[in-house]
Design a protein around this ligand. Structure first.
Ligand code: 5GP
Length: 191
């Protein structure tokens, strides 16, 4: 998605540790009209696929997840990263290594929200090594839900997650794929 590439070039900042900071529109401040544009493109990519729910993970997946779900006219479920008092009953849980926090968390969803009647579209803001998507896929598997595919805003194609998940048979659609980035050299996209 050309507009996303241009926005990353204008507003993104490459931090050490292969982290792209896009706090101005995706990770802290949300550029709502632009989020809606990304969601429309995502919904177009999965048009015709019978999705019953969008599944994402808090916090940064929620905005895009919500916007996509709104276009597909389905509920959005987000996995929580810690078990709070308002998560109860039977739980689906997956241990996930967090790229940005460098530690494990347990992605948790109440079992009532993902069942064998569901076909889920996985949504997240970034794809790096694929741990978050694998965790979401595991939650869907535990609930007996089918997976339609995954929609990602920014894939870092120089990290191994996207290719490995595609090889494993998951349909992964990324709105922008970065092939190279460094604080000195900036960002180069896959053409
Ligand atoms: P993965 O699980 O694929 O290794 O990493 C994806 C998760 O880590 C996403 O949920 C995202 O929140 C976070 N993440 C990974 N790389 C980046 C990055 O370069 N920038 C930001 N802002 N988040 C990232």
């Amino acid at each position: 998605m050309k507009a996303l590439e241009e926005k990353i070039l204008r507003e993104g900042e490459v931090l050490p540790g292969h982290v792209l900071k896009v706090g101005s529109f995706l990770n802290q401040q949300i550029d709502v009209p632009f989020m809606n544009e990304m969601a429309s493109e995502g919904a177009r990519l999965f048009a015709g696929v019978p999705v019953t729910k969008v599944l994402t993970v808090e916090a940064s997946g929620i905005a895009l997840g919500y916007a996509v779900a709104s276009r597909l006219n389905v509920p959005m479920v987000f996995a929580k990263k810690s078990k709070t008092a308002n998560v109860s009953g039977d739980l689906l849980q997956a241990k996930v290594f967090s790229y940005t926090h460098n530690t494990f968390y347990t992605a948790t969803v109440s079992a009532e929200y993902l069942t064998g009647r569901d076909t889920v579209l996985l949504v997240d803001d970034f794809l790096a090594n694929g741990e978050a998507l694998k965790g979401l896929a595991e939650l869907a598997r535990q609930g007996g839900a089918k997976i339609a595919g995954a929609l990602i805003a920014v894939e870092k194609g120089f990290q191994k997650g996207g290719d490995a998940l595609r090889k494993a048979g998951l349909r992964v659609e990324s709105l922008a794929i970065i092939d190279e980035m460094s604080p000195e050299g900036g960002v180069r996209f896959r053409s």
